[in-house]
Design a protein around this ligand. Structure first.
Ligand code: GTP
Ligand code: MG
Length: 345
């Protein structure tokens, strides 16, 4: 594609899990930011999107990844809220995902929204890995910043290491109760039939190289085997938020999950009463590694390809709704596209 220079569409990775289990922290660690500090009461209340380019993925994964093994342009991470009142946002995030990370606090194990997330993933048959987070809180744990997990685990006392094992087997048992065959990720051969559990710490970075490596492997296989990917057709996306933006009026934060969108193209957006038909005035792209929710410096681009988080400026968006579909008309019959958008509302 012209935007990312690769043949494969950027995979969308949803991050799901119970409140406070560390979803935003995990992404903060990977992107080297502190989005969590800007959140009211450190609770995520919106869906976020962050593009992580392949070179950053391979830098964080270090020796575990050989970037030449992958022809993916990177990963688009979707952060979701874990608080119980945000069920709709969780399913929306889950519905966008090609693959997912289920974040589970090793101290807390499975909680109500962990189960809710699992049901979302089951229903959409989304392949996922479990990030067993906060391993640095195991009593007696001696952190090795950013180390691969087996390496840091071997450096622990027998007591700390076996305490972690106990917590991990608890999680594996809970996955099994939900009908999933699961194991430590390094013992898993087929990640579609088995759930890999990756012990991590969003605080110390331990296990993050492993998590990214497993995700890239999963994404690469899944995208190749199962997806007829057209990154050049008319774009399709979902509205995350409707926002006032200085100099642009009402804009849409969108996750584009298919095709491309270009400046001046006619789009159809789900609105309060009726689908809105309008022309794209500007496509605003967050910087790589920036979270679209908190980004304040956007780059204006003429065209963007899936999957991306983008801000779209166009006239007449006041009645647009979060969660609504966005469709590029391009060479399609406009009435057909309007009917399609209406059917999704
Ligand atoms: P919601 O978005 O509200 O569902 O929460 P979340 O899953 O995004 O959790 P968040 O990243 O906001 O982290 C919750 C708390 O756990 C924060 O105080 C983090 O600093 C802490 N935390 C997250 N990961 C770790 C970890 O690996 N180790 C330790 N010690 N603390 C962590
Ligand atoms: Mg969060």
């Amino acid at each position: 594609t012209r935007e990312n220079g690769h043949g494969l569409r950027t995979p969308i990775v949803a991050v799901l899990g119970h409140v406070d289990h560390g979803k935003t922290s995990l992404l903060d660690k990977i992107r080297g930011s502190t989005v969590i500090e800007g959140e009211a009461g450190a609770i995520t209340q919106h869906i976020g999107a962050t593009a992580i380019p392949l070179d950053v993925v391979s830098k964080v994964a270090g020796s575990l990844i050989d970037p030449s093994d992958f022809d993916l342009p990177g990963l688009l991470f979707i952060d979701t809220p874990g608080h119980h009142s945000f069920t709709t946002l969780r399913s929306r995030g889950g519905a966008l995902a090609d693959i997912a990370i289920l974040v589970v606090d090793v101290n807390d194990g499975f909680q109500p929204q962990t189960l809710e997330a699992i049901n979302i993933l089951k229903q959409s048959q989304t392949p996922f890995v479990v990030a067993a987070n906060k391993i640095d809180t195991v009593p007696g744990w001696k952190p090795n910043e950013d180390a691969p997990v087996q390496q840091t685990k071997e450096a622990q006392s027998d007591r700390a290491s076996s305490m972690l094992d106990e917590q991990l087997y608890e999680i594996i048992g809970e996955l099994s109760d939900e009908g999933f065959s699961a194991d430590m990720y390094w013992r898993v051969q087929d990640f579609r039939g088995n759930i890999g559990v990756v012990p991590v710490s969003a605080e110390t970075g331990e296990g993050i190289p492993d998590l990214l490596t497993v995700l890239m492997g999963l994404a690469q296989r899944y995208m190749k085997e199962d997806m007829a990917i057209d990154v050049t057709g008319p774009g399709a996306g979902t509205v995350l938020e409707v926002k006032e933006e200085k100099g642009f009026g009402t804009t849409l934060d969108v996750v584009l999950y298919d095709g491309t969108i270009r400046e001046d193209e006619t789009i159809v957006v789900g609105g309060l009463d009726e689908p809105i038909v309008t022309d794209v005035r500007a496509i605003l792209k967050p910087r790589p590694l920036a979270e679209i929710r908190t980004e304040d410096r956007f780059e204006k681009v003429e065209e963007i390809a899936a999957a991306s988080g983008v801000k779209i400026a166009a006239p007449g968006l006041d009645d647009a709704m979060a969660g609504a579909p966005v469709r590029v008309v391009r060479d399609r019959d406009i009435e057909e596209v309007i009917a399609e958008v209406r059917a999704e509302l």
